[in-house]
Write a protein that binds this ligand. Structure first.
Ligand code: RNT
Ligand code: ZN
Length: 414
């Protein structure tokens, strides 16, 4: 009997079908962010990151050109199991001869066609898109969509509109809707004198942006945040603002698990939103003391997030995207480690006797619920994970391949 066969028997005794878990896992898309490979710099002119977010670390071999980034993404994706989408930011536009002539308010689908071709070549499930409201000279006093300067505000509204148009083409290209996530860094370092004005302007800007968009192929989402580096005192787009906006506008909320107070958890917010929304989007990250965007690891809160997705039958409702950027280690390894952690957490949740646990709760049998909850923590999860990797033609050792790639490809980049 193989280890997997033995594990299957053990899970069966708990009423869990390991084959069904593997089959279900294969169908859950995870959107892989393009921005881990180049420290969130992009192709459209920025040479550093700003807007309250920061990449730290000096590991060499950052992808400096579109070619290098594509090469690295291809390598990283080849080591990731499961169904994958690619998440592209507007600052990764291929401007070509438009460089210096067309700004973010004028980007069109043609500037992103290479991403779509690339994703198709790799056999991905689709592409998601993000307008980039940061690291750009048109940010005025740290504000974009909430700026009191009408020219600035309009510029960013136009960028948002272009982004929704671009995403519609991306959605059509795969016959799968594209998520368009709106995150802005707008906020103040110190105590503001007016907290409402910026929010009213943001509301107006979103209304203008979302007045017309392709409802068939685009899923707009808004991502809230509690604070950012340099904007510690006030964030325009906080949780209350966006949750109410999304509810009224009939769009989606995106929860980034680095964007709340340190003891607040996103796992508990998912079911609250599922009670009201058809879809909920996630940015899965790992905040360490702040929104540090560390590489996602197979940890307790990630397991809780995965449980909420799986046991609420929400694998089609919760749109999972990754959002971390670590420049202190091999960036390809960072990418793969985080994506695999997400996959592990989903498999872990799929292998739990969720129905039995729910029944115990409903019947008030809390002692047994606790005991069963503890017993299942030590089931042979690793053997099922190994089997899943084998079926995906992958090995648990992905580092050897990354080390080889570092030697043969990355080292030549100096
Ligand atoms: C920033 C947000 C945002 C960005 C990406 C690059 O705090 O999490 O989602 O990380 O858009
Ligand atoms: Zn995010």
């Amino acid at each position: 009997m193989t280890r997997f066969e033995s594990a299957k028997e053990i899970y069966k005794a708990f009423g869990v079908d390991a084959e069904a878990a593997i089959a279900a896992l294969k169908e859950i898309p995870v959107s892989v962010h393009c921005w881990q490979g180049d420290d969130v710099i992009g192709f459209d002119g920025a040479d550093s990151l700003s807007g309250g977010i920061q990449t730290t670390g000096n590991y060499p071999y950052r992808a400096r050109t579109p070619e290098e980034l594509f090469e690295d993404i291809e390598k990283a994706l080849s080591l990731m199991p499961g169904k994958k989408r690619l998440n592209v930011h507007a600052c990764y536009a291929f401007l070509g001869e438009d460089k210096g002539k067309v700004d973010r308010d004028g980007y069109t689908y043609k500037h992103f066609e290479k991403w779509v071709e690339f994703a198709k070549k790799l056999g991905l499930d689709g592409v998601d898109f993000n307008p980039t409201f940061f690291a750009h000279p048109k940010m005025k006093d740290g504000l974009s969509l909430s700026s009191p300067d009408e020219e600035t505000r309009k510029f960013w509204v136009e960028h948002g509109k272009r982004s929704l148009e671009i995403a519609a083409e991306m959605g059509k290209a795969f016959s799968k809707p594209a998520l368009v996530n709106i995150w802005i860094p707008d906020g103040f370092k110190d105590v503001p004198s007016d907290r409402l004005g910026p929010r009213l302007r943001l509301k107006k800007s979103l209304d203008e942006m979302l007045a017309h968009y392709d409802k068939e192929w685009v899923i707009p989402a808004v991502e809230s945040k509690v604070f950012g580096i340099g904007v510690e005192s006030y964030t325009v787009g906080n949780n209350e603002f966006y949750q109410n906006y999304a509810a009224k506008a009939g769009i989606c909320c995106l929860l980034d698990n680095g964007h709340y107070h340190p003891t607040e958890v996103v796992s508990d917010k998912i079911p609250s939103l599922l009670a009201f929304y058809d879809k909920v989007a996630l940015h899965v990250t790992r905040p360490v003391r702040w929104d540090s965007d560390h590489v996602v690891l197979f940890e307790d809160e990630l397991k809780e997030i995965a449980k909420e997705i799986v046991r609420n039958d929400a694998t089609k409702k919760v749109l999972i995207g990754l959002d971390y950027f670590d420049a202190s280690i091999n960036r390809i390894s960072a990418w793969v480690t985080g994506q695999r952690a997400m996959q592990k957490a989903l498999l872990y949740a799929l292998l739990l006797p969720n129905q039995a646990l729910k029944s115990l709760q409903d019947e008030g049998r809390f002692t047994e619920q606790m005991v069963l909850g503890e017993r299942v923590k030590t089931l042979p999860f690793g053997d099922v994970w190994e089997e899943y990797l084998k079926r995906e033609n992958l090995s648990d050792d992905y580092y050897s391949e990354i080390a080889r790639y570092e030697q043969t490809v990355l080292r030549g980049r100096k």
